[in-house]
Design a protein around this ligand. Structure first.
Ligand SMILES: Cc1cc2nc3c(=O)[nH]c(=O)nc-3n(C[C@H](O)[C@H](O)[C@H](O)COP(=O)(O)OP(=O)(O)OC[C@H]3O[C@@H](n4cnc5c(N)ncnc54)[C@H](O)[C@@H]3O)c2cc1C
Length: 426
């Protein structure tokens, strides 16, 4: 017998959140903590996997700390591990770059499988008072009237074929890269914005207790041809490593390559160092899209706020999307709170404006970066000539990981912040 709550045919809430990935769960947790009635619909059931590298940068660690998940953020709970920084491999060289020491960001990163990570966040949102309904998929918006100028909630269907509505004046669409709800609103992907596809799998490994996450900049196919993308090895707390690679949409192999075969052949080349043999592989290779640089806009329309991958918020420099989903969720909660207080729904437009102010310039730089490294020779030249210079690599690391202080004391932070400020907002 299940103790799960059941949705009635018509339910009412202050906010309905679609999707309980990191974006949806964080939004629900922030809103519920402020006393709002929040209903979250998640089409899958936890624990569930999500194709990912499982890498949590200091930006994610900060979000976890802000939510009060201190033990998880510090790797003091089973399933969670922390690391000191990034070991970057280019050609025959490797360099260890510790996560920067900053006032605004923690100085460490973490890893957790998405089975563990997403369920932790979802249960946390519940513990703060959000009502989570698993195995319930949103099927489309419910409109306030026939003009379709304002949303009034969402319709849903569960695994038994039951259907109903959750009525709410505000909808948070945190339903992932496919953006099903955004599509209902007529928001297509912006094809001029970068995208990536990445694949990952898991291996038992003697290197699972590594203190560093690794990235590999000189990615080649089985014939030794350079590709524009990068590979990673992220150690996990369960004795395995997450091994994956991604290619940018600006690369010529983006659509033609078999990601499964590419990952298998690339991982075989790492076997001596990381134990990535077929015998040690513990999962199949799975791939997924990575929507970058605000590739779906507007981020608010008619009472629906796009959070995370549904708004294409992944960092084009490094493929990191979890923190951007969680940070956007925290901002969405602030803006919704403000609009509820003034009772002016037009105040929700601030969400789009504030996000573009915050990341727009950075994403414009990321778009230029993606276009440049679409030619793998550019990446090769950069790694060959840049890798020997530690101060240069530290600057590039801060830029690519988007980690600087707002009031900087370090010249590298000043350079990165100035570049972001000067770039026109995406
Ligand atoms: C191979 C790969 C590796 C990656 N590695 C990293 C990494 O190491 N670090 C990092 O930071 N980012 C990484 N990313 C990106 C990261 O996975 C995403 O940016 C992140 O998951 C976005 O979170 P989200 O909450 O917006 O969406 P998601 O995590 O996709 O969550 C969306 C949720 O919505 C649910 N949903 C969808 N449709 C409906 C519906 N109709 N009704 C109800 N629920 C619905 C889904 O089941 C899901 O639970 C990687 C991506 C890929 C593909």
């Amino acid at each position: 017998m299940s103790s799960e709550p059941t949705l009635g045919p018509v339910e009412h809430a202050d906010v309905v959140v679609v999707g309980a990935g990191p974006g949806g769960a964080a939004a629900a947790a922030h809103l519920a903590a402020r006393g709002y009635d929040v209903i979250v619909l998640e089409k899958d059931r936890f624990p569930r996997d999500k194709v990912c590298g499982d890498g949590l940068t200091p930006r994610v660690v900060k979000e976890l700390l802000d939510l009060g998940l201190t033990d998880e953020a510090n790797g003091r709970v089973d399933g969670w591990a922390t690391q000191r920084g990034l070991r970057i491999h280019g050609g025959t060289t490797a360099m260890e770059l510790p996560w920067p020491e900053l006032d605004d960001w923690p100085g460490w990163g973490a890893t957790a499988t998405r089975k563990v990570f997403d369920e932790t966040l979802a249960r946390h949102a519940q513990s703060r008072g959000a009502e989570l309904f698993e195995g319930v998929a949103a099927t489309g918006p419910v409109w306030r009237d026939q003009t379709e100028s304002r949303v009034a909630g969402v319709s849903w269907r569960d695994g038994d074929g039951r259907e109903g509505q959750v009525r709410a004046p505000v909808v948070v669409a945190a339903d992932g890269a496919g953006g099903p709800l955004a599509k209902h609103l007529g928001s297509p992907r912006r094809s001029e914005r970068p995208m990536a596809v990445a694949a990952r799998t898991y291996y038992r490994s003697p290197r699972a207790d590594d203190d560093w996450i690794s990235s590999f900049l000189d990615l080649t196919d089985a014939q030794g041809n350079l590709l524009s993308g990068y590979g990673w090895v992220f150690p996990l707390d369960d004795g395995t490593i997450n091994v994956g690679l991604g290619l940018l949409s600006t690369s010529k192999e983006f659509r033609s390559v078999s990601y499964r075969k590419l990952l298998s052949s690339w991982a075989t080349g790492l076997a001596d160092e990381f134990g990535t043999t077929e015998a040690n592989r513990t999962d199949r290779v799975r791939s997924g899209p990575i929507p970058m640089g605000f590739n779906r806009t507007p981020l608010h329309q008619r009472g629906v706020l796009l959070v995370g991958d549904s708004g294409g918020m992944v960092n084009p420099f490094n493929g990191e999307g979890i923190s951007y989903a969680m940070e956007a969720a925290a901002l969405a909660a602030d803006v919704i709170d403000g609009a509820m207080a003034t009772k002016r729904t037009s105040d929700l437009d601030r969400y789009d404006q504030l996000l573009r102010q915050r990341w727009g310039g950075y994403y414009t730089l990321g778009k230029v970066f993606a276009e440049l490294v679409g030619n793998p020779q550019v990446m090769h030249i950069c790694t060959t000539y840049g890798m020997p210079y530690r101060p240069l690599m530290e600057l590039v690391f801060k830029l690519m990981a988007h980690l600087t202080d707002r009031s900087p004391s370090d010249t590298k932070d000043v350079i990165v912040n100035t570049l972001q400020r000067l770039a026109p907002a995406a």
